[in-house]
Design a protein around this ligand. Structure first.
Ligand code: AGP
Length: 604
């Protein structure tokens, strides 16, 4: 949600904090701020809006000091404004915060009664005042933080500076707001993730739930939730600066779309070696139902896999968005398996759904892109995707790599359950080997997609339709378009259109139809005719065979390779991503950091 960085170092930190914030901006970008401590005094700079505004302030008034913290914000409590921007400060304590302090209202009330005044609407300021209150009672910074942490409820990460303490930085993590500790030479670091620390160190450890850490330039001491010193393993980060730069591309989104063939190949290769599929064993034979839950694009990946699991493994799938799953409290099968999908591995709704599934004695299987993430760590079976860091807020390569893992899993389930014969199984695995090449081929359609985007740019609404496995793809196409271009878009099952959305159709409402020449093609054509009869312009995504039927009916036809139910999501996804990208580009929106969104959503 928000991004945190901290450096307690041996030379100036101002510029380096800003550099770290650049890497974290994908986590939130409605305001930013830094604070350093110099000769015992706090220097603070904050700015509303993108990081560039803070950088300008820094150029005009650079802050000095070897110890500092920084923050990029995604507003929860209080509007995005300078006064609500972090760091928040009082005469003793300056801090940045990610997540939510759930008991902040009562805390604020108690602190106001004790004479504290609040300048912001945030929950964060209450934490600063609480620590300050304990210090005023004579506690050291460490003691005050330890005591305050016992009082705070919610899921959060904190980084705290103390007036008068040039070499002290305290960090804390509770719940699903990750914090990485970085180890340097005579310098120590904290960051919301390893990406923030990429140019500072490769030696990283991760705080666990309830941990807090005291950092000085020479050492880090980590305490667990019972305040006992603990060791957390230090790992080498394999991230590289070039892996998190835009390279030759104008936007991360475009770069990540083009990284898909590679990312798919890498993910495939990690499970499929010389034609042999290696996946952790799961009780596929005895399962009566598979439960899947996730959010946003990851949910749509799950929805696509429902078609695969049901088709290839005859395994009934129940799927729900994580924010509903948890509160619906569905009865889950005895000794069941629940599958969760998340790029970041930090989405709080998904984590909460996992908690629920755990309470129902389910085996937790997760498909995650970030190995150190909370979801990865709390799963019984972890299936990693190898998309590499995804920085663009709109998920692209994470989605297709999730599909790779889910396809393999569905095939494995089908084979184990005896639905797929050895031959069918081998053939389907063989089919998947063509994915990277297929994806590359599809990306060659960029110029045509760019042209189609021109016809969407002035639309107020766009409808995406698909049948069968193309239905969840239509949902994903609509999500991508609305996320980055701000054009209202709806995904609908093509057959369901006549039950309502047909009322919207007129000559200015473009309808994007996913129509591979499959067993449902004829039915989809009937729906296209219904659209055409209402004069709505059709943009058809189809293959050669389909094109011969659709050219006369459509304003635009994008001809894609012929495909199968296993491969079609991989063939139809990149064009939908490019369509959203180029429409957004023409509209002039901020493609990588669309308004109001954040990459990892760590609040409910
Ligand atoms: C997709 O483009 C989104 N920005 C969003 O829907 C995302 O997929 C969702 O928030 C889930 O995130 P996760 O995969 O990190 O759990």
């Amino acid at each position: 949600m928000c991004g945190i960085i901290g450096i307690v170092g041996n030379h100036s930190v101002g510029q380096r904090l800003l550099h770290g914030l650049e890497k974290l901006e994908y986590r939130g970008y409605d305001s930013a701020g830094i604070a350093t401590i110099y000769n015992g005094k706090i220097q603070r700079l904050r700015a509303e809006g993108k990081l560039v505004n803070l950088k300008e302030k820094f150029l005009a008034h650079p802050v000095e000091g070897h110890n500092g913290i920084g923050h990029t914000r995604w507003a929860t409590h209080g509007q995005p404004s300078e006064v609500n921007a972090h760091p928040h400060a009082n005469p003793k304590v300056t801090l940045v915060h990610n997540g939510i302090i759930e008991n902040y209202a009562e805390l604020r009330h108690e602190l106001e009664e004790k004479g504290y005044t609040f300048e912001s609407e945030t929950d964060t300021e209450a934490v600063a005042h609480l620590i300050s209150l304990y210090m005023e009672k004579g506690l050291s910074p460490q003691e005050a933080v330890a005591k305050a942490l016992k009082y705070l409820k919610g899921s959060f990460a904190l980084a705290i500076l103390f007036t008068g303490y040039d070499n002290l930085l305290i960090a804390a993590r509770q719940g699903g707001s990750p914090l990485a500790i970085g180890y340097g030479e005579g310098e120590m670091f904290i960051g919301s993730d390893a990406i923030a620390l990429i140019s500072l160190t490769q030696n990283i450890s991760y705080l666990e739930d309830g941990d807090w850490a005291v950092l000085s330039p020479e050492k880090v001491v980590i305490y667990d939730k019972t305040d006992q010193p603990v060791n957390r393993p230090i790992q080498k980060s394999h991230l590289s600066e070039s892996g998190v730069n835009k390279g030759k591309y104008d936007h991360f989104m475009l770069k990540e779309i083009y990284e898909q063939p590679q990312a798919i190949e890498k993910t495939l290769a990690s499970y499929l070696k010389e034609g042999v599929l290696s996946l952790p064993s799961l009780p596929w034979e005895s399962l009566t139902r598979l439960t899947i839950s996730a959010c946003g694009t990851a949910y749509y990946a799950g929805l696509i896999s429902k078609y695969w699991f049901e088709r290839f493994a005859r395994l009934p799938v129940e799927i729900d968005v994580a924010s509903e799953f948890r509160y619906r409290g569905p009865p889950l099968a005895e000794k069941g398996v629940s599958l969760f999908i998340s790029q970041s591995g930090e989405t709080i709704d998904t984590l909460a759904a996992i908690e629920y599934a755990k309470s129902q004695n389910q085996t937790i299987v997760s498909v995650v892109n970030v190995p150190e993430s909370s979801i990865a760590r709390c799963s019984d079976v972890l299936l990693l995707t190898h998309a590499g860091p995804e920085i663009g807020v709109a998920s692209t390569k994470a989605f297709t790599t999730q599909l790779v893992v889910l396809a393999l899993l569905a095939l494995k389930a089908g084979h184990s359950r005896g639905v797929l014969s050895d031959k069918d199984f081998e053939e389907k695995l063989f089919e998947l080997r063509f994915l990277p090449a297929l994806c590359e081929k599809v990306l060659l359609q960029e110029a045509k997609i760019k042209t189609i985007a021109q016809s969407l740019v002035n639309a107020k609404d766009v409808l995406f339709l698909g049948r069968g496995i193309s239905y969840p793809l239509a949902l994903e196409g609509a999500l991508k378009l609305k996320e980055v271009s701000y054009i209202h878009a709806e995904g609908y099952a093509a057959g369901e259109m006549k039950h309502g959305p047909i009322a919207l159709l007129d000559s200015v409402l473009p309808v994007v139809v996913l129509a591979p020449f499959d067993e449902l093609f004829e039915k989809t054509v009937s729906n296209i005719r219904e659209v055409v009869a209402r004069k709505a312009p059709v943009i058809a995504l189809t293959d050669n065979k389909g094109a011969s039927h659709l050219t006369a009916l459509s304003r635009d036809v994008l001809v894609l390779p012929e495909t199968t139910p296993l491969l079609s999501p991989f063939v139809y996804t990149p064009p939908l991503q490019l369509l959203a990208y180029y429409t957004a580009l023409l509209k002039g929106t901020d493609v990588d950091q669309p308004r109001n969104l954040a990459k990892s959503v760590t609040v409910e």
